[in-house]
Design a protein around this ligand. Structure first.
Ligand code: ADP
Ligand code: MG
Length: 286
């Protein structure tokens, strides 16, 4: 029921570090007041998506309406197959919705072209679920981190980009020397850190985390969640945090959007949605 500013990791228990302080309800309310009085960074209006496999249409997203506000973590929960990743992919402009609009800072994203489209592709980044398949096994970490910078004209030359990559590695808790290694030498948690550094490399604003800790064991999950929150604090990111693990989403989120069979069931303050889902589950089992 508490929201510690940082989750305690195995290392904290071993070294006997003090318990991190909880964010109080008053602090949380004050923060929310500040976040939700702004105009949204992203607005989704009447989004519909149908996949067609053969002749059978499969309606995956129905009339999706919501907004994301700068500096919030919006949790997205729902059973497997409820349309979470499809919704994330629409926001990332990886797939095209059939109907509806997405506005980014007030501009429709399907009208973006040239420079503005490139800016959107830079501003909105994805951290994948599977750290084992989301990194190119044939690329050294240096290349993995500097390539997106090159695409988005970050850094004046190769030396500057390598320098930035070294800083990023340190920021995500790795070492500059890791630059010369290939992904296979790293553990799952370390690979996820590389994936995070890659997203950071282009200086994003909105980060979509799609099941970003689901493949990791609990103690490594805590480390990565702490890292995501620390980076958010430093850079002022906005997160869309997609996961099926309700406890994790509750801890991370300011608000939670609950998706069921492609419909929004609720969108509300995280604790309220958490309680609603738990009550509903308790009813079903009693
Ligand atoms: P979630 O991320 O919530 O588990 P998804 O968004 O991945 O759900 O999938 C929602 C539904 O859409 C699933 O039934 C899935 O099989 C279907 N689906 C997802 N992507 C495609 C695709 N490219 N082609 C056909 N069906 C798809
Ligand atoms: Mg998914």
């Amino acid at each position: 029921d508490k929201r510690p500013k940082r989750l305690r990791t195995v290392q904290d228990f071993i070294t006997g570090n003090a318990k991190p302080r909880n964010e109080t309800i008053t602090e949380r309310k004050k923060r929310h007041k500040r976040i939700y009085k702004q105009s949204p960074v992203l607005e989704v209006k009447g989004l519909e998506k149908t996949f067609r496999q053969g002749k059978q249409p499969h309606h995956v997203l129905h009339e999706i309406n919501f907004s994301i506000y700068s500096g919030e973590t919006l949790g997205l929960v729902g059973n497997s197959g409820s349309g979470k990743s499809t919704l994330g992919s629409c926001l990332l402009k990886l797939i095209q919705p059939d109907r509806g609009e997405i506005y980014y800072s007030g501009t429709k994203i399907d009208t973006l072209k040239g420079k503005a489209l490139k800016q959107y592709r830079k501003d909105v980044q994805l951290i994948f679920q599977d750290p084992f398949s989301s990194l190119n096994p044939k690329q050294k970490v240096e290349k993995i981190l500097t390539e997106p910078m090159l695409v988005h004209n970050i850094g004046a030359n190769k030396a500057e980009r390598i320098d930035r990559a070294a800083q990023l590695l340190k920021q995500v808790g790795l070492e500059a020397a890791h630059m010369n290694a290939y992904p296979h030498v790293f553990s799952g948690g370390q690979r996820q850190r590389i994936g995070i550094a890659r997203a950071l490399a282009v200086d994003p604003k909105l980060v979509v985390c799609d099941e970003s800790v689901s493949a990791l064991d609990r103690s490594v999950q805590a480390q990565i969640l702490n890292l995501l929150n620390a980076l958010k604090e430093t850079y002022g990111f906005t997160y869309l945090f997609i996961a099926h693990d309700l406890e994790v989403v509750r801890y991370m989120s300011d608000r939670i959007l609950h998706l069921q069979n492609g419909n929004i069931i609720t969108l509300d303050e995280a604790d309220a949605v958490y309680q609603q889902i738990r009550d509903h589950q308790a009813q079903k089992t009693s």
